[in-house]
Design a protein around this ligand. Sequence first.
Ligand SMILES: [Fe+2]
Ligand SMILES: [Fe+2]
Length: 329
Amino acid sequence: MATLASRLNFGTARQLEVLGAMEGFIRKQIEAHKERRKLWFPNELQPADANSSPEDEALLTRLRDAARGIPVAVLVALALNLLTEEGLPHFHRLIAVHFGSGNVWAEWNNTWTAEEDRHGCAIRDYVRDARLYQMTEVEKLQYAYLEAGYDPDWEQDPYRLLAYTSLQEKATQISHSNTGRMAGTAEPRLQRVLAHISGDESRHYAFYRAAFGEILAQDPNQALVSLQKVTLGFSMPGHTVTNFDQMSEVIRRADIFGPRQYQKIVEELLDHWKIGALTNLNDVGEEARDKLMKVPKRLQRIADYADAKTTKRTFKFDFLPADRPSLEI
Ligand SMILES: [Fe+2]
Ligand SMILES: [Fe+2]
């Protein structure tokens, strides 16, 4: 019978050994994850059943009224959140390509994908029912994003994938919950949808953080090198979306997500994994550890610089509603 390591696709001999030996650990993490989660479905948040009741129809009218009060910056953030979530095929594929099939990692990938798939559905159900956007414009962005493919330069390093997902799950959690909070005054229903999604992201974060923590324990030198590369070069999952730069600039200016939020994530992870206290490393590991410990300061400088040169600007997007096609922020 093929060993687990032989069913993993990429990695050095040592990485395959480490990841293969983690089968029991990952299985326990999957079980703990399933105990922590409460499975929810998009239809429970935004019902669309056959023979809908008069209350359901009245809800749609209330929803469309409330949606007009959602700030335009929130509309931009929500559009990017939707595009990112609907980019799920990219991420399922990346995990499948790096971790192969017929093993415990693939089992996690399937569970994770089933959970993530509801995120795009739930946001899309909401934005469609609320008539938030020029939907064809959103769909064109979505189509282009998927058709372009997505291949981050991880150099076939499976540790980088797990470092990336640790950072990315926390980043999406913050992005969804801040978007929801800013929408909440005008539209508590949208906040509720985003709170469900953000809850999932925090449990995914716990899974990947534990998985990468185990890698750090088993293979610290290589793990630090991989983590350092990903942390410095981190881009949000939707960064290849057309107009991503303008959208993420609005989101930064609205204080939903930007270098300041990313800095906090890096600090939290460095602290959780006790990176600064790691000893018994080789020269390469020590160098990576020291570089990593300098990342928060560097991110702070980036955030300060961005704030200092920010002056009000007008942003316009084709997907925004015709009566509110732009915003000044
Ligand atoms: Fe998600
Ligand atoms: Fe997630």
